[in-house]
Design a binder for this molecule. Sequence first.
Ligand SMILES: Cc1cc2nc3c(=O)[nH]c(=O)nc-3n(C[C@H](O)[C@H](O)[C@H](O)COP(=O)(O)OP(=O)(O)OC[C@H]3O[C@@H](n4cnc5c(N)ncnc54)[C@H](O)[C@@H]3O)c2cc1C
Ligand code: FES
Length: 274
Amino acid sequence: MFQIVRKQEYAKGTIIRFDINAPKIAKKIKPGQFIILRVNETGERIPMTVADKDEFAGIITIIFQVVGKTTALMRSLKDGDMIRDIVGPLGKPAEVHNIGTVVMIGGGTGVAILYHVAKAFKEAGNFVIGIMGARDKEMLILENEMRAICDELIVTTDDGSYGQRGFVTEPLEKYLEERYDIKLVYAIGPIVMMKNVCKLTKKYNKPTMVSLNPVMIDGTGMCGGCRVKVDNKTQFCCVDGPDFDGHLVDFDELEKRNSMYLKDEKTSLLFSIR
Ligand SMILES: Cc1cc2nc3c(=O)[nH]c(=O)nc-3n(C[C@H](O)[C@H](O)[C@H](O)COP(=O)(O)OP(=O)(O)OC[C@H]3O[C@@H](n4cnc5c(N)ncnc54)[C@H](O)[C@@H]3O)c2cc1C
Ligand code: FES
């Protein structure tokens, strides 16, 4: 059993942060890795990236968007409530080196996944340019935290309610035009965002890493549920990823596979709120 020591709500309760007491995981987990949790005995297993950790206090932080049955159930939990099981750390950690200038791009709740990795790149001595985007001002998360670790930070909103109006690809293109010293771009967010970032960085020949989010079940390479195509080869995201060279990822296939269960997911949510 794992206790939620603090719950915070953002964006009118559609994005939730849990600080969870999990000392063994906090000690081991590295940026880019994730956990699989089960809220209760009969709950489904869902993957969540650890957005931050406090090794000394034994706390891990997850930040999630409420999108369906399990995340809606998680929203109903309060400070002090328990999560039945947490397995982790899972997946490979992000490869973090001192390489110079890096651009870290986060879209929507992708910023929660990006933050831990961006912080590690800063701690490794890199010049970190952050670009974070959201649908509108309400949906922005971790702006202060990102500002504290980035040497430069650009915020975009689709509707212009805060920061620059438009998508994250616009400031990215400006940076790619103006700065020749960019060594790596890291993009985490909706599939369509990662796909468009990769299209752009391919044009400028800039190495790009993305963190993929296929449906996962066991998280240990056994079920095959999370298979993705990278460089025309099948990879299991839970053990070979979740980070991959974005220029080699087949995003169209990932998009198709991720929407395979939409009908069932809607039915499941409907039954759970009846
Ligand atoms: C490695 C990894 C890390 C993730 N980290 C985060 C995070 O930090 N914050 C966050 O908000 N979300 C994260 N996700 C997505 C999160 O797991 C899903 O939003 C969650 O499982 C939705 O469950 P649900 O029952 O509420 O929704 P459902 O209605 O069941 O599904 C809604 C959508 O969520 C996705 N999903 C559903 N079940 C799974 C599953 N077992 N595995 C993966 N995706 C699923 C599918 O795209 C689906 O269309 C991550 C996914 C992966 C693979
Ligand atoms: S989740 Fe089963 S193989 Fe990756």
